[in-house]
Design a protein around this ligand. Structure first.
Ligand code: NAP
Length: 244
């Protein structure tokens, strides 16, 4: 059985991706930063109900050593790592003049360095296997910028460069690496936005609505599938037509 690891998968888009990949037949390695993330949460049971194996791993993916240990544990428990979804991400928004150095560095560590950490260690397992699929969560903020998100948009633009570099470095070993760039998706991250801002954003979307987490999971499922075997280094925008 093939195994998928999804970072930051206790809730939101990561949990939806984990559930979708479970329904595709993957054994699932869930990850989040603290055991408390899984409290009052039935994601593990829902995944097991698909008839696959599921384990959860607590690790802060911004930490290099923690990612090395995480990958080692998943490989030991499941035997292979076939899909890596670099999903964990945070926001610490604020206008540039008021953004603290601490909030800049934290977002870079969690959103961007985590992708380096996990791709390095899981990529090494995949290189030995001569196969693997890596899917990174970028954002429309990384493609077009967004006021108040100097830190976040920097990390999401970086992820696009990292995706293409990974695709070029690992392609000859049978490994693909692609990114998805969601627009405004209904999750805790977007719930935090003021209602007026949300209304103004929706007016700019061709489909005049926010996306649902399952609409991201479906595209990730495609990129992890055999149907995407010759797709690599690409960024697929999933934004309901935010920008054309
Ligand atoms: P979310 O609901 O906040 O979920 C993110 C998960 O990552 C949370 O469970 C969070 O744990 C976990 N996490 C945070 N820091 C971590 C760390 N250091 N190590 C391991 N796990 C960590 O966010 P989401 O909306 O589902 O977003 C998922 C991804 O999609 C992110 O990369 C985000 O940037 C991207 N994205 C989202 C949208 C959107 O509209 N929602 C749009 C574009 C891109 P805690 O519960 O402890 O915070």
């Amino acid at each position: 059985m093939a195994t998928a690891i999804i970072t930051g998968s206790a809730r939101g888009i990561g949990a939806a991706i984990a559930l979708r990949l479970a329904s595709d037949g993957y054994d699932i390695a869930l990850n989040d930063i603290a055991e408390s993330c899984f409290e009052n949460n039935d994601i593990e049971e829902k995944i097991k109900a698909q008839g696959v194996q599921c384990r959860r791993y607590i690790a802060d993916v911004s930490k290099h050593d923690a990612c090395e240990a995480l990958v080692k544990s998943v490989k030991a428990d499941f035997g292979s790592i076939d899909v890596l979804v670099n999903n964990a991400g945070i926001t610490r928004d604020g206008l540039l003049a008021r953004m603290s150095e601490e909030n800049y560095d934290l977002v870079v560590a969690v959103n961007q360095k985590s992708v380096f950490n996990m791709t390095k260690f899981a990529g090494s397992v995949m290189m030995k296997q001569r196969s693997g699929k890596i899917i990174n969560l970028a954002s429309v903020a990384g493609l077009y910028g967004n006021p108040g998100q100097m830190n976040y948009s920097a990390t999401k633009a970086a992820i696009i460069g990292m995706t293409k570099t990974t695709a070029k470095e690992l392609g000859s070993r049978g490994i693909t690496c692609n990114a998805v760039a969601p627009g405004f998706i209904n999750t805790a991250m977007t719930d935090a936005l003021p209602a007026e801002l949300k209304e103004a954003m929706i007016k700019q979307i061709a489909m005049r609505r926010c996306g649902e987490v399952e609409e991201i999971a479906g595209v990730v499922s495609f990129l992890a599938s055999k149907d995407a075997s010759y797709v690599t280094g690409q960024v697929i925008e999933i934004s309901g037509g935010l920008s054309m």
